[in-house]
Design a protein around this ligand. Structure first.
Ligand SMILES: Cc1ncc(C[n+]2csc(CCOP(=O)(O)OP(=O)(O)O)c2C)c(N)n1
Ligand code: SF4
Ligand code: SF4
Length: 1001
């Protein structure tokens, strides 16, 4: 269908020195306008061209389209105009309503620009009396949405045609559900004498009262003959990919039509994913999810969901329910909540159970249950014959893993076979016997907003929240992750008081802040629960009578086991016993939850009395970042938690888009939290491409307001008590004690200003908070810092302003599935580098050091924790720009995340990730600012590379390339370390001395 001549002509207009022209001129008022008008003939011709191509396409394929396509009654009195996927749902509803003799139709808009109003009007039946134009957009402040206005214009310009009643409505923003019931509500509105205009449909608007009501029970009947299935999985447990694979199998192996919708939030792990699948002999046009009472098959892949979601409300009568549960078949009925038993009995569901975790474990697949649950689906659903389906799943496994790993292939094959053996049908009793309740409710002490809004979103009822309950300025309260209680861990760590040395390392590495330490007076123990553990804290820094406790939040721990891995203490009489050990969660959950509540209520230890430069001391600080939704074992979050512990009560965060903005600010909850005084990090996410500038703007605004406040304070000093103004102006705020004292002074200043009666006092009052130090943190991943935001980052580095930049370097764009960035090492396989990255990793640290007045640190928390801690303290205390580049193991590396610390050590010891700090303050003092904190490579680079699938997979696919790239990397790694060594060994002459000596000679 491609016009070769036109294609050649297009290519002929390419930039070429053979036929050079100038493009992109800066045009002035004399000609710009005329130049814009010169293009008109092309826009005018466009609709004809598109229609002609559509006609050619129809001739070639039999699939006919037109620019404005009418569907429905030729004598329709009511018509909906709509574009995009919602049109399919509208057509489905028209079919249903026409069976009821309603005169309705839909006009599908396929070409929006160039809008051909005449064709659009011509496509409408003459009989229409009222039109509803639906836009899936909102232009705030406009008096109508774009398509609505275009349709009005088209009708107004049409000669000889009466203007029908036209209303415009918004629907489906951000993929909000748009169902046949909603379409019917729009058609019904068109029968009203004075219909709502503008209107919305799909939400409950109790503020502007624009929304139409709809009848939730209405069904179009379009899916009466399809097979509809729902799968409840856990984010990153493989359920979604297994279902995508099932759709592919059915689509390719049968004549059935297949469709899949996948509902999940953007949390990295631990959130529910719901896969909605439809299969049928008729083409499927339903562009909406499986509705209540419609699912023929429901699978619950995680038993914990039984406690949370009434998923069988979706089940159709006579359907099938499959549960992954470790409860034995004879007891599984009793383990169901009451509402599940009720649905199963009333809807006469078939009930199957499989202990998929055990099957996976036995096959050597750890906790990967997706192929097992997929096998169960095919075994019971009957969509394909069992034998046929099993062959197809095995073929898919071979295709996915065959070339990468024979071991993985064999494990999956074994799991598929034993799934069939371990899947059992459960005999359903006649009566409900359970007293267990299901459903999520927020604890009584939760703030009102959390109960009204956050809790409803967590419970999966966000669609029902009315407009009035949402904030109109986009702000959300902090600390909501603590109410989510995801209960992901099968095992949690248990602390052993007898051998623990209080090193604090377990707290330091926990990605979720789920294990904490606190020092407190022994007297506080009077009301402690019976099983609460604490002990006199060891060490000369704490007086007798001060106890320490290491406590786990049992329902927030993810069971990643990294705290146990890092624990350096072993019981001499039993080497497998450490000072923290993983123990089954279920029997401990209730008691530990009570212990956790008690622990949380204990007072915080005086910050000024804590040695912040020790791991033990700093880990006594409460985090202002807890229970994030990052992947299990994520290597980014410990850095953020650390910054929040050290500086959280005075922090502002500019967070680039990436994993950190998702686990940091993804609704419904946020891990960022306040302390008991209500202080905490103020967090904001702007864009991927402007985050550094965004944070710099925060600094500039604070500094300006601080300067103004200090000037006002000087002007008012006589109105204030004694030396209050001077002591505020002079305070260096370089220690916790000084920071605390300054806050006290500023509080006193506020009280005094209220009574001063001077006109400037009122001006100063709102600016007083800027008299206390605020710590600005600019955070993001390598995709942001090395690539897309690099221009802005460089601008900030050059600014010399007092901001702290934290680069969470996962060496790929993790949040979007692992695309190559300039931080990706040579030889690594990532998206866009399927045959291994052929260029080396950019040395961002060296670029930054070139400025000489920027503090730069290269850290890996699992390899050298004190170096990381010191880097954070130094960076923050440095009064200029600081950059911390933090090695962050990620699931994208293809490593077992419970071995995350081993990988960090390998990265450092192989020379892949040298540790160092560059502190310009040293340079000012005549010393070399660069200090290497790691030794020359002590293990072969090859050893590191072969331990991570991101590199090692290249040996399976492109062995020669892999070897060649490795050889190059080996040389580079050694050369880079050598260069750093040379830099660190250089004699450093301060610039002023150089200038002096230059002047003398
Ligand atoms: C301008 C722009 N392009 C693309 C995206 C989509 N996007 C969101 S997060 C992300 C990846 C972020 O990668 P990185 O900065 O390395 O952070 P990580 O997720 O690894 O922590 C991308 C590409 C975007 N938000 N904005
Ligand atoms: S198991 Fe993981 S999440 Fe749980 S406390 Fe230990 S480090 Fe934290
Ligand atoms: S950085 Fe990697 S491990 Fe961490 S949340 Fe993102 S994808 Fe998961």
């Amino acid at each position: 269908m491609i016009d070769e001549e036109a294609l050649q002509a297009h290519r002929g207009r390419a930039m070429s020195p053979e036929a050079p022209v100038l493009r992109g001129t800066s045009q002035n008022p004399d000609v710009f306008f005329q130049a814009r008008e010169a293009v008109n003939p092309y826009y005018a011709a466009f609709p004809d061209v598109v229609q002609q191509v559509m006609d050619e396409y129809a001739a070639a394929t039999g699939r006919a389209y037109s620019l404005y396509e009418y569907y429905g009654a030729r004598d329709a009195d009511r018509v909906i105009v709509i574009m995009g996927s919602g049109a399919e749902t509208a057509c489905e509803t028209v079919d249903c309503l026409r069976k009821d003799k309603q005169k309705v139709g839909v006009l599908k808009v396929r070409l929006y620009r160039t809008m051909d109003g005449a064709r659009l009007v011509a496509a409408l039946p003459d009989s229409i009396q009222s039109l509803a134009v639906l836009d899936r957009t909102k232009e705030a402040g406009a008096d109508g949405e774009p398509l609505y206005k275009d349709v009005i214009t088209a009708l107004a310009m049409a000669k000889g045609r009466d203007m029908p009643t036209i209303i415009g409505g918004r629907y489906g923003l951000s993929s909000k559900e748009f169902t046949p019931a909603m379409v019917r509500a729009v058609f019904d509105e068109l029968t009203v004498k004075e219909p709502q205009n503008p209107f919305t449909v799909g939400i409950r608007d109790d503020v502007s009262h624009l929304s139409l009501d709809w009848d939730e029970s209405f069904r179009s009947g379009a899916n009466d003959s399809s097979f509809q299935a729902l799968f409840y999985g856990l984010g990153s447990d493989g359920t979604v990919s297994a279902n995508k694979n099932s759709i592919k199998i059915i689509g390719e192996e049968t004549d059935l039509y297949a469709q899949g919708y996948f509902v999940y939030d953007s949390k990295k792990s631990g959130a529910v994913t719901i896969s909605h699948l439809r299969f049928g002999e008729q083409a499927i046009h339903s562009a909406y999810l499986v509705e209540d009472g419609e699912a023929n098959f429901i699978a619950c892949h995680q038993p914990v969901f039984l406690e949370r979601y009434d998923m069988l409300e979706k089940a159709a009568a006579g359907g099938t329910f499959v549960l992954n549960s470790e409860v034995p078949v004879e007891q599984v009925w009793d383990s169901l909540p009451r509402i599940f038993q009720q649905h199963i009995i009333e809807k006469q569901l078939k009930f199957y159970v499989i202990d998929a975790y055990r099957v996976a474990e036995d096959a050597g697949m750890g906790k990967r249950i997706n192929t097992i649950m997929q096998t169960c689906f095919f075994a019971i659903s009957g969509v394909l014959s069992q034998g046929h389906a099993i062959d197809a799943i095995k073929a898919a496994v071979e295709k996915t893993y065959g070339r990468k790993s024979r071991r993985l292939t064999a494990m999956n094959m074994q799991a598929i076979d034993s799934s069939l053996v371990n899947l059992h049908e459960v005999a359903v009793p006649a009566d409900i016997s359970s007293t267990l309740e299901s459903g999520i409710s927020m604890p009584a002490q939760a703030p009102d907003f959390v109960k009204r809004v956050t809790g409803e979103i967590i419970a999966g009822r966000g669609d029902l929240i009315p407009v009035s309950q949402l904030t109109d300025d986009g702000t959300w309260p902090l600390g909501s992750a603590a109410f989510e209680k995801r209960n992901l861990a099968l095992e949690i760590p248990v602390w052993e008081t007898d051998i623990c040395t209080h090193c604090g390392k377990c707290v330091f590495v926990c990605p979720y802040s789920a294990i904490r330490s606190k020092a407190f007076p022994e007297a506080e123990l009077a009301a402690a629960p019976e099983t609460f553990k604490s002990i006199q804290i060891k060490g000369k820094d704490f007086p007798q009578g001060v106890h320490i406790s290491y406590q786990v939040a049992p329902e927030d721990c993810t069971g990643c086991s990294l705290c146990v891995d890092i624990c350096p203490i072993r019981d001499k009489s039993n080497a497998s016993r450490k000072a923290v050990n993983m123990v089954e969660q279920a029997p401990l959950r209730e008691a530990e939850a009570a212990n956790w509540a008690f622990f949380e209520a204990l007072p915080e230890y005086d910050h000024a009395a804590i040695k912040l430069n020790t791991i033990k001391g700093s880990m006594l600080l409460e985090p202002h970042f807890e229970f994030s939704g990052a992947c299990v074992g994520c290597g980014e979050t410990p850095y953020i938690r650390l910054a929040s512990q050290l500086f959280g009560d005075r922090m502002l965060v500019a967070n680039a888009t990436g994993c950190s903005s998702i686990y940091g600010g993804n609704l419904p909850t946020t891990p960022w939290r306040t302390n008991a005084m209500g202080r905490g990090p103020a967090w904001n996410n702007s864009l991927f491409e402007d985050n550094a500038e965004f944070g710099l703007g925060m600094r500039i605004a604070i500094d300006n307001q601080r300067g103004r406040a200090r000037d006002l304070l000087k002007a008012l000093h006589r109105e204030l008590s004694d030396d209050l103004a001077q002591s505020i102006l002079d305070c260096p705020e370089s220690t916790e004690a000084e920071i605390y004292e300054q806050r006290e002074r500023v509080a006193q200043l506020r009280r005094e200003l209220a009574n001063v009666g001077h006109p400037l006092a009122e001006v100063l009052q709102p600016l007083t908070e800027n008299l206390c130090h605020k710590s600005v943190w600019i955070m993001g991943g390598d995709g942001w810092a090395y690539d897309i935001g690099f221009g802005g980052l460089d601008h900030v580095l050059a600014s010399g302003r007092n901001v702290n930049i934290l680069v969470l370097d996962t060496e790929v764009y993790s949040n979007t599935g692992g695309q190559t960035s300039k931080a990706t090492p040579r030889g690594a396989v990532a998206k866009f580098s399927a045959s291994g990255k052929t260029t080396g990793k950019k040395d961002l640290a060296r670029l930054a050091m070139d400025y000489e007045n920027v503090y730069v640190a290269h850290v890996a928390y699992g390899a050298k924790d004190t170096q990381t801690l010191n880097a954070f303290l130094e960076a923050e205390s440095y009064p200029g720009t600081s950059l911390i580049i933090a090695y962050s193991p990620c699931i994208a590396h293809g490593v077992d995340m419970s071995c995350n610390h081993i990988q960090q050590n390998l990265a450092v010891n192989s020379g892949h990730w040298p540790l160092f700090r560059f502190d310009p303050r040293k340079g000012d003092a005549g010393k070399n600012p660069l200090k290497l904190d790691s030794k020359p490579p002590s293990i072969p680079y090859r050893e590191f590379v072969q331990s991570e699938t991101r590199f090692s997979m290249l040996w399976h696919t492109h062995p020669d390339t892999a070897e060649a790239l490795l050889r190059q990397s080996e040389k580079e790694v050694s050369a880079r370390f050598y260069r750093y060594q040379q830099l660190a060994a250089m004699e450093w002459t301060p610039p002023d001395k150089e200038a002096e000596s230059g002047g003398e000679s």
